[in-house]
Design a protein around this ligand. Structure first.
Ligand code: SAM
Ligand code: SF4
Ligand code: SF4
Length: 345
């Protein structure tokens, strides 16, 4: 037909609220060596907890296939997460497979950092673009409380240093702030991040999952943390770098780097949410607060073709209307949401 320019498929795919699919977060395991009370409280995730069986986990080949098809629909960024992703053996092999996918220009990892020192070089060599390390306090006792298993922060700090040596700078540090537990750790973390060329990202404690006993009273609003930091180390706001950026970024007026705030409770950002999440067993979720997902395993393990997989992803994304954080209310509080350690943070 004369005059009709065929658009690449990716340009046309959007959900019911006009949001494209750009990011894929992949949980590679639901297991973790920490028991952070805000994520996997030890009382719930104890000896009797039934984690996914090995046979239920997607293989690296299956994950890479989903990434390839999703990249054809617009995914540009992939983040490996969990549970603790570094518990998955040979993760660098998966990184290499994803880094090769045409269209994917960013492969990131979120980790608690405990096993990072031994892995950073191999991950970088495999094509990892960036790493985010979760670090809730530098204070020994507070850190031990926040991780629920009495680990000291030392191995995490070693992991950060090793990642920097491997060329994974600048490293982002994720800090979830819980009222009365680690709010006093934030200034020291901000100073540590500045000194070491890391970017601190302060995250509001969210009501993900059904087991952390979340109460609004435990949330420290990002604006409050921002004022605390600003009072000691003056800040000024930065413009967003791209659509869908979840962190509100500020820079230190003295040129000492930047800090971001993820205010998903007090200032929701669903309007720009372009993320899908693939759980370790192949169930795809279109919202962090989902109550159910879409099982891709029958397609991946049966004889589904790539075209069928693409059709399924297209159908799921175009029907999406999630905006949980904007709707967060008493009406949704009783829903049984999936756990973050399963769906991938
Ligand atoms: N285990 C890895 C880690 O901790 O970095 C990756 C998975 S973890 C689920 C990903 C991120 O989610 C971490 O930065 C963690 O702090 C954050 N997170 C977990 N539960 C949360 C909650 N209830 N509210 C806000 N952030 C949370
Ligand atoms: Fe594990 Fe990360 Fe959850 Fe902590 S936040 S329990 S490190 S998955
Ligand atoms: Fe995206 Fe759901 Fe979070 Fe809103 S609540 S930003 S739709 S993941």
């Amino acid at each position: 037909m004369v005059g009709v320019v065929k658009q690449p498929a990716a340009d046309r795919l959007s959900d019911t609220l006009g949001r494209p699919l750009r990011d894929l977060r992949i949980s590679v395991t639901d297991r973790c060596n920490f028991r952070c009370p805000y994520c996997m409280p030890a009382e719930v995730f104890g000896r009797d907890f039934r984690f996914l069986e090995r046979s239920q986990l997607l293989t690296f080949e299956e994950v890479a296939r989903v990434v390839r098809v999703a990249a054809g629909l617009g995914v540009r960024k992939v983040r490996l997460t969990g549970g603790e992703p570094l518990l998955r053996r040979n993760l660098e092999r998966l990184v290499a497979m994803i880094a090769e996918v045409e269209g994917v220009d960013d492969v990131a990892l979120t980790t608690n950092g405990v096993l990072l020192a031994g892995k950073a070089k191999a991950l970088r060599g495999a094509g990892l673009s960036r790493v985010t390390v979760s670090l809730d306090s530098l204070d020994d006792a507070t850190f031990r409380t926040m991780n629920g298993v009495d680990f000291s922060p030392a191995p995490v700090l070693e992991g950060i240093a090793a990642a920097q040596r491997a060329g994974l700078s600048p490293i982002k540090l994720n800090t979830v702030v819980k009222r009365g537990v680690n709010e006093d750790s934030v200034i020291e973390l901000a100073r540590y991040a500045r000194r070491n060329g890391c970017v601190l990202r302060v995250i509001e404690y969210m009501d993900v999952g059904a087991s952390n006993g979340w109460r609004l009273d435990d949330v420290v609003p990002a604006a409050e943390v921002m004022s605390r930091i600003d009072a000691q180390m003056p800040l000024e706001p930065l413009d967003p770098q791209y659509r869908g950026e979840v962190a509100r970024r500020y820079r230190y007026r003295d040129g000492g780097g930047e800090v971001g705030f993820i205010a998903s409770v007090t200032q929701p950002f669903c309007g720009d949410c372009t993320r899908a999440r693939l759980a370790a067993d192949g169930v795809l979720h279109t919202c962090l607060f989902a109550t159910a997902g879409h099982d891709l395993r029958p397609l991946l393990r049966g004889d589904g073709s790539d075209a069928e997989l693409e059709q399924a992803l297209r159908g799921i994304w175009s029907a999406r209307g999630d905006r949980y954080s904007e709707l967060r209310s008493a009406a949704t509080a009783g829903l049984r949401k999936v756990e973050m350690s399963y769906i991938g943070g």
